[in-house]
Design a protein around this ligand. Structure first.
Ligand SMILES: NC(=O)c1ccc[n+]([C@@H]2O[C@H](COP(=O)([O-])OP(=O)(O)OC[C@H]3O[C@@H](n4cnc5c(N)ncnc54)[C@H](OP(=O)(O)O)[C@@H]3O)[C@@H](O)[C@H]2O)c1
Length: 298
């Protein structure tokens, strides 16, 4: 049996699907088993949706009995460090054999990173390395998620613009979260997990794409011109807060934009990941899938 934390989320739900497809028994953890996000998982064979808050360590401990592998992914929030450390502790205590943690972009994951959630990931990864004991583990470090651009689809496309604090021609090798979930699932299913033990593995999408190219793809998908515009960090933060982000989170994301502008986010996918399950979903395919769901122009 395998356990997936953050199972209703972007990466977690994809990992649950892939594990279920393989015939493995999966416990999909969520804080609310009645939420809309978790509903599609309930129809999957081999999947048990389990209501469990990772900040409640005693409830979490009981879920782990018999788990041979675990995937740890969690939303960026103030409880993230406590929740993920609890998950690691319970996995170790239950004798879980292999844990795959989803981290964030490695070039700014550090205990003194200017990005708050990257500091969280650094602290969690340190805890994992120091406390895993006999449990094997690996960290997957994905690039910018294409799904972050749902903010374009439901936010700025009705005004025919994509707006970020990044030059329109700067490129990044953004990745589809479904590819990340597939990789995590395949890794946990691998017959020899020790091949990945202790590795921190970069994951990028199959191609580097600029915002100007995305705007062109949106234009083609919508049949009207869409333009990429560079704003200031403060303008992007104000827009993100308006769209529901907490301020600390929006501020943290701007570290990512600074790295994007520097050209640091065109890094390649680790060879171990390429050999296991190379990311294949493209930005063009994602835009074809999602742009038509954008509300009509204002
Ligand atoms: N966005 C990016 O570009 C990017 C790039 C690289 C890495 N990452 C990392 O990838 C990881 C997973 O991202 P994701 O997009 O798959 O996660 P997500 O969908 O935002 O969240 C995963 C799940 O975490 C649970 N959760 C529990 N407490 C939460 C809280 N207070 N706020 C939000 N969610 C909470 C939620 O499940 P329930 O509500 O069902 O409990 C949620 O569905 C993150 O740690 C992030 O740092 C992100």
């Amino acid at each position: 049996m395998f356990i997936v934390a953050g199972a209703s989320g972007n990466v977690g739900s994809a990992a649950v699907r892939k594990l279920a497809e393989s015939g493995a028994a999966v416990k999909a953890l969520t804080r609310s088993s009645t939420s809309d996000k978790v509903a599609p998982l309930k129809d999957l064979a081999n999947v048990e949706v389990v209501e469990c808050d990772l900040t409640d360590k005693s409830a979490l401990a009981s879920v782990f009995a018999g788990a041979k592998g675990a995937i740890l992914t969690y939303g960026n929030c103030k409880e993230q460090v406590e929740a993920e450390k609890n998950f690691i502790d319970c996995a170790v205590a239950a004798g879980c054999l292999f844990l795959v943690k989803i981290g964030t972009v490695r070039c700014y994951t550090a205990e003194d990173s200017p990005c708050e959630y990257a500091r969280y990931h650094a602290e969690i990864e340190k805890h994992l390395a120091e406390t895993a004991g006999a449990m094997k583990w690996a960290v997957l470090s994905p690039n910018w998620f294409i799904s972050n651009h749902l903010g374009d689809v439901f936010g700025t496309l009705p005004n025919n613009v994509v707006v970020y604090p990044v030059s329109p021609d700067s490129k990044t090798s953004m990745v589809d979260t479904r590819d990340v979930g597939d990789i995590a699932a395949k890794m946990i299913l691998a017959s020899d997990a020790s091949a990945y033990h202790g590795l921190k593995l970069d994951i990028s999408g199959p191609e580097a794409v600029s915002l100007a190219q995305m705007a062109q793809l949106y234009s083609e998908a919508l049949g009207r011109p869409v333009t990429a515009i560079k704003c200031s960090n403060d303008e992007w933060i104000a827009g993100a807060i308006g769209a529901g982000f907490q301020e600390w989170h929006a501020r943290a994301v701007t570290t990512h934009f600074e790295k994007w502008e520097e050209g640091a986010l065109c890094f390649p996918t680790a060879p171990e990941v390429l050999a296991l399950a190379p990311p294949q979903r493209t930005v063009a395919a994602w835009i074809k899938e999602w742009a038509p769901r954008s509300p009509p122009p204002a």
